[in-house]
Each structure stands twice: as C-alpha cells, then as structure tokens.
Write a protein that binds this ligand. Sequence first.
Ligand code: ZN
Length: 560
Amino acid sequence: MSIAGEGSWSSGMSKQRVYLFDTTLRDGAQTSGLDFTLEDKILIARMLDDIGIDYVEGGYPGANPTDTEFFTQKRLQRAAFTAFGMTKRAGVSVANDPGIAALLDSKADVICYVAKAWDYHVHVALGTTLEENLVGIRQSVEVAKAAGREVIVDCEHFFDGYLANPDYALACATVAHEAGARWIVLCDSNGGTLPGTVERIVGEVARHVPGDSLGIHAHNDTEHAVANSLAAVLAGARQIQGTLNGVGERCGNANLISIIPTLKLKADFADRFEIGVADAKLRELTRIAHRFDELINRTPNRHAPYVGAAAFATKTGIHASALAKDPRTYEHVPPEAVGNQRRVLVSNQSGKANLRTELTRLGIEVAKDNPKLDTLLRLVKEREAEGFAYETADGSFELLARRTLQMLPSFFHTVSFRVVIEKQFERSGDGVAVSEAIVHVRVGQQMRRASATGNGPADALDRALRLALEAYRLYIDDMTLIDFKVRILNTGTGATTRVFIESEDREGNTWSTIGVSETIVDAIYQALEDSIVFRLLKAGAPVLEAERHADAAERVVPSD
Ligand SMILES: [Zn+2]
C-alpha cells in the first residue's frame, strides 16, 4: 500500500458522515396536485436508493391502501426502508394501538415516529397531559426497538415549541434519545424559523442529545429550508431530511437536489463532511431531477440551482468570451459535476462535446470527426424544439442516436395503425368506451396485421402491436409498461401532446421512451414502438430477413 493511498484513506476517515433522509413519498406526497400510485412509489424509491440516499421514507402504512401495500415488501437494496407513523395515542396501551401495530406489521427496517414537542399542541391537538405525551414517546420507541427496528423520532414544531417552552421541547427530545431512538429530528413544521435561530437552537439541543443523533426537517415557507438544513449541520446535526426538487406541502420541504451538491462541492461542507452519494451519482443529478419532474408531470424549473437549464447559461457578449477562455470566471461549480451543461454561444463544437459525453454514457463510441454527429446534433435540437425531452427518455435518445449513426438493426417497419374508440350508451344513460386498435407492420418481407381491444387507446395499441410482432414474442413477452404520462405542451405552433412511457423487463431493468405529436394516439404509438424496439435491441433479438423469415420466425416463436 502506498503512502499516498494511506494518506487519502485517513483524510477520508476524518470526515464526519452526514446522513440523508428522503421524505418525497411521505411529506412530499402532501404537495397539492400530487398523487403517487403504487408504481410511482416503487419507481421513485428505486431512484432514491440508486442515488445513495441513506433513508427512504415510503409513507404511512395503515393510513391508506397504497401505503399499506407499498410496505408489504422490502422495496430497497441499500437505503433503509422507513415507515412513518404517530407515537402511541393517549388512552390506549402501546400493545393495543392500531397505528403502531400497522408500523410493526410493515416490512420497514426503520420506524419514524412523529411526536408532539410543543406544549401548546400537546394540550390542543392531542388533548392530553405533557407527562402522558412523554410516556407515549418513550413506550413507542421501546416497543419498536424491542421488535428489532431502528427508530427515528421527528419532533414536530420543535423550533416553535422550543421558543415557547424550551424545557418541554428538550424533554421530548431527551426522552426519545434515552429510550433508544437512533435519531431525534428537529422539525421546523411551520417553516417560519430563520437560519440564525436554527443554528442557535440546534447548538443548545446538542448539549443534551449528541449531535450525531440529531436531524433537521425544514419546510420552505421563508425560502430558507436549504439554509436551515445546512445551519443545523454546522451546529452539530448529522441527518438532513428533504425531498426531490423540494416538493412538499405549501412551499415545500428542503430540496435535496440543492443540498447534495452543496455538501459535496462546497469546501465549507465538503472538507468536513461526507455523504452516501458517490461522485458518479452526483454527475447524474440533473437527469434525476428532470426525470422526477417528468414522473410527477411537472415542467422542470429552468432556474433551479445546479440542475436548471439556465443554471449555467450565459448570454452572449463579454461574459461568453471570458467564459470561453476560462469557465471558472463565471461559474461557481463545473456544470458537468452535477450533470448539467454550460449553455453559451451554442457553438456546434461545445454541443458536439456534450453529445459525445452522453453517447459514451450509453456505451456508444463515436469518433470526434464522424460527420453523422452533426446530423444527430441537429436532429436532437429540432426534435427538442418540437417538444421531445430526451434527457428524461434515455431509451428514445439511444434509439435516435443509433438510428442516425446507423447502429440500429431494423427489426420491423410500421406500415399503419388505427384506433377506433366507440362509446356505447345504455338506456340508463351510462356508457362504456371501448378502444380497438389495428396495427399493420412489416417484419422482413412479411406483412403482419393485428387488432386488439383494450382499456383505453394506449392499452389497445400495445396489445395490437405485440400481436403483430408475434415473431418476436419471446423477446417482448416479459416486458410491461409500468408508467404512462401524458402532457399537453404549448409550443409556438399550438398544442402538442407528449407521451412518456416507462417499461420494465423481468429482471427489473427499466427504460423510458417518448412520443410527441399533435395527435395523442400518434404520440402514444411512437413511445410504444420505441419501447419495444429498445427491448429488442437490448435482448439481442435477430433481424428477421426476407428469405430466412419463415424459418427464423419458427425459431423464435416457442411452440405451445
Ligand atoms: Zn414536514
């Protein structure tokens, strides 16, 4: 082992670990207009697990069927799977509390209780005594610990409570700590506390509960949720709770997408602390942030710090020429560190370099001087102006690139498709809508035509296309559509529709594809076709040629 190796190892060891706790699926789900399905929750939990978040809070088992179902299985590989619920209610024993029973029945590794820490709320909201609230916290922690779970206690309204009655707020935190909770999280539930106060109060609490057991949960009602989270870390706290893109009730929660790069790239934090997010994942942050927006059907904020399209954009002129000489003159961090891009001059040269980086990420190597790169760059720009968002649709981007670079086998050609939607009314006036799709494809030299009915046009088209591609059944049988989002875009020329599809194979690999058209059914078909072609490509399906077609078809179609 080299001396240098040992040196870097020991400097790594001297940093203190800060833990990240994501509550997108619980507190973030309080965002108005946001409603996660079970499939959404599974996808988002996987994204968070993959980034390197330490705790993923999945919801409130027992509170609604989706959350209860979500907690019937472990959903994460690395992150701690965390369930949220209330401490024991007054007047029932801990053994007879149905809320606690639902938490213990769930497959969660970690149980996060919310507890009242403001005397006013104990009296008014719980209608119980201060002492009984403390007993409830202690017993709730103990029963979960006895069941082998790690326990977190979120002290609700902690900062307001501390200002009103510091002794009682502290008593809530210390009783949870003494009962064995791993983390005591100080919550700024109303989001009105400012960074100076947060730093002072966290510092005072850290004299009673060690800082490496303290966390911060900040809301953004004064635009200080990120600042408050960082202030708490400087005062000793070692866990930060937040959400993707800062979603959450009212003005949102602390934005982890801003906090992560600050902790990793800014010397004030990076020199002292480390987190579970690897540098390689940091370089995917922009894509992750935009993909999450796509999942929740929201337009990404162009001006979002670090990840917004405008975060590293400079108007042409003196800034641009200085930037071209030395980017550091006008950039606080290198955009590529967070997977973003410098947007300046839009010179073909810089566009091509970015494009090649993207292609390399997908495993496509292209020479710098390949003229097809110019064609691809032009296509991407044109299509993005039409409404395609390739950044969030890796599958379609890879297909466009391979098609343009002539690196995509031609598995089949679509000749035509049609969808008929018929609504039949009964005498009562109630009606049923039936969608029927007819798809006509050419596989090799053979024409194939198939029709199918389905639950809506997307389902009908999906069934019909799969039937028409009978020859490839072996390769596409195990893929399922797990997410389907439609958005109406207002482009310069009027309204167009963007369809975004997420597909999954039996091994759990997922890929996303996109379609854009003035006609919704056309957009659906584009995204569906890409989804299947991508699967055929990745599965190494053969191209069924004209002469060999009959034989080949027999080889790939298993006989029943
Ligand atoms: Zn909250």
